[in-house]
Design a protein around this ligand. Structure first.
Ligand code: ATP
Length: 239
């Protein structure tokens, strides 16, 4: 199964401003790429462009998923092809229970989904989606919605933000097992690097000045950022 992601010479504009320029990256099946980068550098924009969000205009380049150019597909069509996203700030929806959302996207009874237990979200299933959920509950609820769809490509925007240490460990192990078992290609945005303790990531890179830099081993990239800051990435092109 080809569930690789290939991004070729991608330029993305938001509100007439170039956020990403001539960006290239590739994630092969079963491989995890960790994406670092300063605030506002365009990491979430990259995920939104891959998902085909309105207002994130691709003015140049190609997004290739599973060997198919998906630039022309709607967000819905991209999700149906197997691209799953965990957003940084998911919406709160009154009147729709978490259970209903899972059943809507999977068309299966939610209680049958193994991730309800694995992610310990049983008590959230009959509450309005994300309404008054704690930060950690919201991330677990979002992860349930994503994994219940059994995606082929996972795009995770700061999965550990607002999550306590024990829940980071639990979510990280669940994620890693899913990625390994299904040979899912994955892109994980992180500021803290905690996720590296649980997910076997093969590569990392830094997004800044509209492009990818410092493509290397995740722990090495993270240590360099901690030691030298993002400023050093300006002069480093990695491997
Ligand atoms: N819909 C939008 N309208 C206007 N500007 C936007 C929009 N989305 C993103 N931007 C701008 O694009 C730039 C990149 O934002 P983005 O959210 O991609 O950064 P990020 O790297 O994910 O940041 P952070 O680490 O703070 O989450 C920012 O200057 C942001 O204000």
């Amino acid at each position: 199964m080809d569930n690789s992601l290939k991004i070729e010479n991608l330029t993305v504009e938001v509100g007439g401003r170039v956020i990403l320029e001539d960006l290239n990256l590739e994630i092969s099946p079963g491989s995890t790429l960790v994406l670092f980068g300063p605030n506002g550098s365009g990491k979430s924009t990259l995920i939104k462009a891959i998902m085909g969000f309105e207002n994130y205009a691709i003015t140049h380049g190609k997004i290739v998923f599973g060997g198919e150019v998906i630039n022309g597909l709607s967000t819905d069509e991209r999700a149906k092809k197997g691209i799953g996203v965990l957003f940084q700030n998911p919406p709160k929806i009154r009147g729709i229970k978490l259970r209903q959302m899972v059943e809507l996207v999977t068309r299966r009874p939610a209680q049958e989904d193994i991730f309800v237990d694995k992610l310990n979200v049983g008590e959230l299933m009959d509450r309005d989606l994300n309404v008054n959920f704690s930060g950690g509950e919201m991330k677990r609820s979002e992860l349930l919605q994503v994994l219940s769809q059994r995606p082929k490509l996972l795009l995770l925007d700061e999965p550990e933000s607002g999550v306590d240490i024990e829940n980071i460990a639990m979510m990280g192990r669940v994620l890693n097992a899913f990625i390994r078992e299904h040979a899912v290609a994955s892109l994980i945005i992180t500021h803290t690097g905690y996720v590296l303790d649980y997910v076997d990531a093969q590569h990392a890179c830094v997004l800044m000045d509209r492009d990818i830099r410092c493509y290397d081993d995740p722990r090495k990239v993270f240590e360099d950022i901690r030691q030298f800051g993002y400023e050093k990435c300006r002069t480093c092109r990695g491997q």
